[in-house]
Write a protein that binds this ligand. Structure first.
Ligand SMILES: [Zn+2]
Length: 141
């Protein structure tokens, strides 16, 4: 399930690398290290939410993100489900809004599912890179 291009925690596109152990703790010199023993691929949103949070293993970070996304998305998650018939009777603008919210809600649920899975799997940084490198080796024949 892990890839260089997808967030280790939520599965979105990864633009960043997350320091599982924040570099302010890991490094006595204060220099950032991007060694594969310290970082995992991560999306910008998860990375900024994690900031310098004191969670030093992947599953704890996933659990923190799960709770944060769930809390932030509470309104979206509690939206009522409309049937297609009900939607038919609505005005175009309202219908468009509902469809947009429904799409966002689906995306959020997908994200929460991935976060929960990562939480349960408890992968180490080494597990993540091992899977990524193995997959890439297979793809390259
Ligand atoms: Zn993410």
């Amino acid at each position: 399930m892990f890839s260089r291009y997808s967030c280790t925690y939520c599965g979105d596109s990864a633009e960043d690398l997350d320091h599982v152990i924040p570099h302010s703790y890991a490094s006595s010199t204060g220099k950032r290290s991007y060694k594969k023993t310290k970082v995992v691929p991560c999306c910008r949103r998860c990375n900024s939410l994690l900031g310098n949070k004191h969670y030093f293993v992947i599953w704890e970070r996933a659990a923190y993100l799960f709770n944060t996304y769930k809390r932030k998305g509470n309104k979206l998650l509690s939206l009522p489900e409309w049937t297609e018939e009900e939607l038919e009777d609505m005005g175009d603008n309202f219908k468009k809004d509902i469809k947009k919210d429904r799409h966002l809600k689906e995306k959020l649920i997908e994200k929460l599912n991935v976060l929960e899975l990562v939480h349960l799997m408890e992968p180490t940084i080494e597990d993540v890179w091992e899977e990524i490198l193995l997959k890439e080796m297979k793809q390259n024949g």
